[in-house]
Design a protein around this ligand. Structure first.
Ligand code: PEP
Length: 250
């Protein structure tokens, strides 16, 4: 059985001081209540090092929201995989739809970043998902399959990877995919990975759902056979909501 994984993506929210406060509250709350699932938080870059001091001795892992595909060099404003690892991260989110939408990240760029992060020993959460237009145009399967295939190009070992299915139309909109809609895509992702890397690797792969997950819908989503946890945006900024979602996965 796959262990569930819940990660809070704080996006461009919270200063360093605010991040420390929120992280301390999350760690205290998760620590008190038993959690049988993996839990991570992804603050913004400036807060990673300080928050890392709090997460390191806890059961909560530190996750970066992005990293560059080159190991180092003249890339002003960018942050490398080794930098986030040394700041205390054990994982990184790659290819979030906001990165694809606002910063032009293609499947090829996502693939380069995944390779770089894996080579640094980071766990990678690779995000995929269709837009509303694509869903209504009936091409969800084609889009998500291409994102998975091209994102995993040349990668033979995905044991340190998680895929997050995040329909773009459900992110931050309050619209959640029904558990059946999400399960259908999760199963398709698993079958695609099975074609690429074999059944055993596909069965072990954890596939998170993301898109307006809340305490009220988390349990139903996480009860689906191919939904192995959640990538949580808005609700992860509220300690009580995030802990309730973690408990739903536990
Ligand atoms: C996300 O940003 O990964 C996300 C799922 O956001 P939200 O939960 O706010 O929809």
């Amino acid at each position: 059985m796959r262990k569930k994984i819940v990660v809070g993506n704080w996006k461009m929210n919270k200063t360093v001081t605010e991040s420390i406060t929120l992280a301390a509250e999350v760690i205290a709350a998760i620590g008190k209540e038993f959690s049988g699932c993996d839990v991570g938080i992804a603050p913004a870059f400036p807060a990673l090092y300080e928050v890392g001091k709090l997460t390191l001795p806890s059961r909560v892992s530190l996750v970066a929201q992005n990293c560059h595909f080159e190991p180092d060099g003249a890339f002003t404003g960018e942050v490398s995989a080794s930098m986030v690892r040394e700041a205390g991260c054990s994982a990184v989110i790659i290819g979030h739809s906001e990165r694809r939408q606002y910063f032009g990240e293609t499947n090829a760029i996502v693939n380069s970043k995944v390779k770089q992060a894996l080579s640094e020993g980071l766990q990678v959460i690779m995000c995929v998902g269709e837009t509303l237009e694509q869903r209504e145009g009936g091409v969800t399967g084609d889009v998500v399959t291409a994102q998975v295939r091209e994102g995993l190009l040349g990668i033979g070992n995905i044991s340190n990877m998680v895929i997050a299915y995040e329909p773009v139309w459900a992110i931050g909109t309050g619209k959640t995919a029904t558990s059946e809609q999400a399960e259908e895509v999760h199963l398709m992702i698993r079958n695609t990975v099975s074609d690429l890397l074999g059944e055993e690797a596909a069965e072990k792969l954890r596939i998170q759902y993301g898109g307006s997950v809340k305490p009220s819908n988390a349990k139903e989503l996480f009860s689906m056979p191919n939904i192995d946890g959640g990538l949580i945006g808005g609700a992860s900024l509220n300690v009580a909501d995030f802990v309730a979602i973690v408990n739903a996965a536990d």
